[in-house]
Write a protein that binds this ligand. Structure first.
Ligand SMILES: NC(=O)c1ccc[n+]([C@@H]2O[C@H](COP(=O)([O-])OP(=O)(O)OC[C@H]3O[C@@H](n4cnc5c(N)ncnc54)[C@H](OP(=O)(O)O)[C@@H]3O)[C@@H](O)[C@H]2O)c1
Length: 339
């Protein structure tokens, strides 16, 4: 199998920079184009980017000259990875698809389109199979960062669950580089994130449901979400209470979480975490400052009382929730020979 040539749209933003970083020395994905907003087009990536990711700007990216989002700038790539703001993504991604260019996107529009797979690789890689029937270009969506994180520890428990009650504690980076004013969040908690609760409920139901070429059948369980923004830079946490079909043993729940593996692990894909779920025994885990892993979900505070399970999940919103998940999706697609 040859190399996969890609472009990154929004490459100077929080998610885009992580894509640039994670693709440094990738064994089979080659970044050939980087794009930013019109004001930066024509500049060298290394000069135009305000780099915030640990380490330096990867050498391979420094001299790449930024291009626009216009399809004519992305003709010679196999896939475009999009990390564009939602309002920009709508028309840009549509134009790319109309020009025959494949897109994997982090932006929200079209996530619930019945014909567009919404993929979190360990959870529902099999939904990608519908692309075998697609003639011409395809669009694959990455879920909302919080839905991406929560869906992983839910997956191995899915058959036990009747109903979910979730309170999220989401970091400031989830709103993008210019997303939230320091004065609004410093020393504060904001118990509202516009549109977030609806997205988490609907996207969990889509990913945990069944996908066919005619559309998807949602999981259809009641899911109640309260989304809050907290003064933490990186990492989204969720306190999850699940009403189970019947009482279960706490150790069997922990075993299911710890032993969960999926196609990305079985295939040994480069971006796949060895263990998708790290159950941490420490009484005060998980904490963003201590337990954040780029691609695995850290789970603590597991408690079963009767038929109610409580657990706290933590994941990296920029890597597991966005950049890393899209790259892992691309790796799965190549493994499945969909590319
Ligand atoms: N942050 C998260 O935790 C997270 C998680 C999951 C999904 N997402 C989604 O991922 C996407 C990117 O989020 P982000 O946090 O990385 O946002 P961000 O930091 O604001 O970055 C936005 C990127 O888009 C570029 N851009 C803005 N307007 C443009 C235009 N008109 N034409 C071309 N490029 C333009 C920006 O370029 P300039 O540098 O030139 O302005 C920048 O590279 C969003 O759809 C978001 O909803 C974010």
């Amino acid at each position: 199998m040859g190399r996969v040539r890609i472009s990154i749209l929004g490459s100077t933003g929080l998610v885009g920079q992580w894509m640039v970083k994670l693709l440094d020395n990738h064994p089979f994905i080659e970044v050939v184009k980087l794009s930013a907003s019109p004001g930066k087009v024509g500049r060298r990536y290394g000069d135009a980017v305000s780099w915030f990711v640990p380490g330096d700007v990867p050498e391979y990216a420094r001299d790449i000259v930024l291009v626009s989002t216009d399809p004519s700038d992305h003709k010679d790539v196999d896939v475009v990875l999009s990390a564009l703001p939602n309002e920009v993504a709508i028309s840009v991604e549509r134009k790319l698809l109309e020009s025959g260019i494949n897109v994997i996107s982090n932006a929200a529009p079209e996530r619930l389109n019945p014909r567009v797979p919404l993929i979190n690789p360990e959870v529902n890689w099999d939904h990608l199979e519908v692309l075998r029937e697609v003639k011409g270009s395809w669009l694959v969506k990455n879920p909302n960062c919080t839905a991406a994180i929560i869906s992983i520890p839910i997956k191995p428990l899915q058959e036990l669950i009747e109903e979910l009650h979730i309170v999220t504690l989401q970091s400031v980076s989830g709103a993008g580089y210019l997303g939230l004013s320091y004065l609004a969040i410093d020393g504060n908690v904001i118990p509202f994130i516009k549109g977030e609760e609806e997205k988490i409920e609907a996207e969990l139901n889509k990913m945990l449901g069944k996908q066919s070429r005619d559309g998807y059948e949602p999981w259809n369980r009641p899911i109640y979400v309260t989304a809050t923004r907290v003064p933490v830079k990186y990492g989204h946490m969720a306190v999850i209470h699940a009403v189970l079909r019947e009482p279960v043993d706490q150790d069997s729940v922990i075993n299911r979480l710890r032993s969960f593996r999926s196609l990305p692990q079985e295939a040994g894909l480069p971006t796949a975490p060895r263990e998708p779920i790290r159950v941490i025994n420490r009484v005060d885990a998980p904490q963003p400052a201590r337990d954040l892993d780029p691609m695995a979900i850290s789970v603590g505070r597991v408690l079963v009382r009767g038929n109610v399970l409580r657990m706290v999940a933590l994941g990296d919103n920029l890597v597991r929730g966005a950049a890393g998940a899209s790259i892992l999706t691309l790796e799965v697609m190549r493994h499945l020979k969909l590319l």
